[in-house]
Design a protein around this ligand. Sequence first.
Ligand code: SF4
Length: 165
Amino acid sequence: MSLEEIILQIQECKKCRLWQTSTHGVPGEGLANAKVMFVGQNPGSEEDKTGRPFVGRAGKFLTKTIAEFGITREEVYITNIVKHTSPENRKPYPDEVSACLPYLIQQIAIIKPKIVVLLGASAKKTPRVENVKYFEIVHPSAAMRFTKMREKFQTQIAELAKQIK
Ligand code: SF4
């Protein structure tokens, strides 16, 4: 199985109800052998429109902040636990997470990142794989809204940058 094959499978996937209310599947994007993988919960409306992960306001904030610490989007892989958006942006239901999780597990197995960065609530549901370090950080949308969260987020990204250089 390759990353491209996973992308095709996600684009045609009907394993849970979410495909019915989405425009695009959002498989993820980035370097195939990235040292760092960012994992969010599921795509939002901008991501649904474009089929690309983290391109809305929170995604732009994440991209800008990592760049400030010398990490470019091109050198990481960004994806979500659940690959289709949900109606009214609700949290994915447990059966939707279970149906979609095998894609993320395959992506981690292929990319073999050194560090998986878990964004906010995604942390609790992401399966742990041996020999991969997990790093939980504040979700960029919370960091955008609250000063204290933003400071914590910046400190966490600085720490991440130190670990991968
Ligand atoms: S959310 Fe995941 S499991 Fe559900 S249809 Fe989309 S790709 Fe398939």
